[in-house]
Design a protein around this ligand. Structure first.
Ligand SMILES: [Zn+2]
Ligand SMILES: [Zn+2]
Length: 314
């Protein structure tokens, strides 16, 4: 079961109700954090994410609204005695940024915090989880991320193995590991005793971007697309000029890529008064399965389940 926790859904400027971009994806005790907008540390605590879990941080680009919370989060973890190393992935500029903070305010951590400059086709893999970066079309270098979880093999059925006369032991192990075996002159293949691998689960995060093919391709068939939607269509020119998307454009990508669920985030404070309704309605007219992300909203996702837990309205 995946859990997506929106820690910040604002764009550019935090508002009373929304922090700046940060999305945590929790899976099997590990946390994958995408962007670290201002005050992510308090949101992290409010969301009860815990400060000592295995943590991998992916930064989409070096704009202030996506990185200003990073030093605070590291500082908090250090003050509270985190010992477990963590890894941070982003651009070469991110390395300079973290180093400048460390040098200027003497930020020392109680744990190893390695920052890696990554290419735009970077792939991170860990125990069935794959996070693939892809370039997007913003102002300056910027990345989106595609997180997939894939099981290489389907469920093994001992009763099928027994029915074929295969004795329990090393032969079962070979079949369960995906290898054919030979028994009394007959070859038994893994698909005779195991189900096919389940479909991969996929979560895609756009970062900041204009509509682009790389995002559309990465989103193909995704369970969840988390997409920026800075403006409504009446500000389409502004969106293009500033390297952002309209809600309509986000919804078109979701529709074209046949995603299951679209979550809109990073929408402008100008829609705050109307509670984001213009953004949401515009997107839903094209892609009905659209949700407006809110701070501290949680999404639980597996191959069979999908549930949204919304925080009480503030
Ligand atoms: Zn931004
Ligand atoms: Zn930006």
């Amino acid at each position: 079961m995946f859990e997506i926790v929106f820690l910040g859904t604002g764009g550019s400027i935090p508002t009373e109700r929304r922090n700046l971009p940060a999305i945590a994806v929790r899976f099997q005790g590990k946390i994958f954090l995408f962007d670290a907008g201002e005050d992510v540390q308090r949101q992290y605590v409010k969301a009860k994410l815990g400060l000592n879990h295995p943590l991998y941080i992916f930064i989409s680009h070096i704009h202030g609204d996506h990185v200003i919370g990073l030093p605070g989060l590291l500082l908090r973890m250090a003050l509270l005695g985190r010992l477990r190393p963590l890894q941070i992935f982003g651009s070469e500029e991110l390395i300079k940024y973290v180093k400048a903070i460390q040098d200027s305010i003497g930020l020392a951590t109680t744990f190893e915090a390695n920052v890696y400059g990554i290419p735009s086709d970077f792939v991170f893999e860990d125990d069935g989880i794959k996070v693939r970066a892809f370039p997007v079309d913003h102002r300056g270098p910027a990345l989106g991320f595609e997180l997939t979880y894939e099981r290489k093999r389907g469920k093994f059925h001992p009763e099928r193995a027994l029915a074929l006369g295969i004795p329990k032991g090393p032969l079962w192990h070979q079949l369960a590991s995906g290898h054919s075996i030979e028994l009394e002159g007959r070859v038994v293949t893994p698909d005779e005793v195991a189900e096919p691998p389940p479909r991969p689960l996929k979560i895609v995060y756009s970062g900041d971007t204009r509509p682009c093919d790389t995002l559309r391709d990465a989103s193909r068939g995704a369970d969840v697309l988390i997409c920026e939607a800075m403006y409504a269509s009446d500000k389409a020119d502004l969106a293009a000029e500033r390297g952002h998307m309209t809600a309509r454009q986000a919804a078109e990508i979701a529709r074209d890529a046949e995603v299951r669920h679209l979550f809109l985030t990073h929408y402008s404070p100008r829609y705050e008064m109307e509670d984001g309704e213009p953004i949401l309605q515009e997107a839903r007219s094209i892609f009905p399965n659209t949700v407006l992300a809110r701070d501290l909203m949680r999404v639980r996702l597996s191959r069979t389940d999908f549930a949204i837990e919304s925080p009480p309205h503030q």
